[in-house]
Design a protein. Structure first.
Length: 178
């Protein structure tokens, strides 16, 4: 008796291009982000897939006007690492699906040194940076078509003191056959 393994039994890897549209308080501080992701999906039964996703996103900062003083926006970079599940409404790795992901976002915020004017006097603001790792979760929907996966998710990051969330849009190329 011989045992045969297919790519579907062993899972599939996808490489995606990502856009992030900041929402809530985060939209006040950051512009649209972009980046990429790598996902492994393991089929479980007829309609369920378990996922492991890692990526990198960059968001440019928005300048703020505070009492007549321009404060330069900080740049944000995020490394999400999440596990999740996809439920396909038609068949495994085909058609519409709903998904949920849980994990962490490692976030770095950096602002460069700059000079601004305060009551007619030049003021130099020093470079600053900070980083944190926070719990994150995201519900989403998508459509899987042959070797393409289109996804839309609402990503929420549990930070203290403010809300950090973005609408994630992904177009991924899936390697291998179903």
């Amino acid at each position: 008796m011989s045992v045969q393994y297919s790519v579907a039994q062993n899972g599939r890897i996808s490489i995606g291009a990502e856009l992030g549209l900041p929402m809530g308080d985060f939209a006040d501080a950051a512009d649209m982000g972009f980046g990429g992701s790598l996902r492994y999906e393991m089929p479980m039964g007829d309609n369920l897939g378990l996922t492991l996703t890692a990526g990198y996103l960059m968001f440019g900062g928005k300048d703020q006007d505070v009492s007549g003083v321009t404060v330069k926006g900080a740049d944000w970079s995020m490394i999400p690492v999440q596990v999740g599940a996809k439920y396909y409404f038609q068949e495994q790795q085909n058609g519409f699906y709903g998904m949920v992901e849980l994990g962490i976002h490692a976030t770095s915020v950096k602002s460069d040194s700059y000079t601004t004017t305060y009551y007619g006097q030049p003021v130099t603001v020093p470079e600053s940076s900070s980083s944190s790792t926070d719990f994150s979760y995201a519900p989403g929907v998508g459509y899987h078509l042959a070797n393409l996966d289109f996804g839309l998710k609402y990503q929420m990051i549990a930070t203290s003191g403010s809300s950090t969330s973005y609408l994630g849009i992904c177009l991924a190329y899936v390697l291998g056959e179903k």
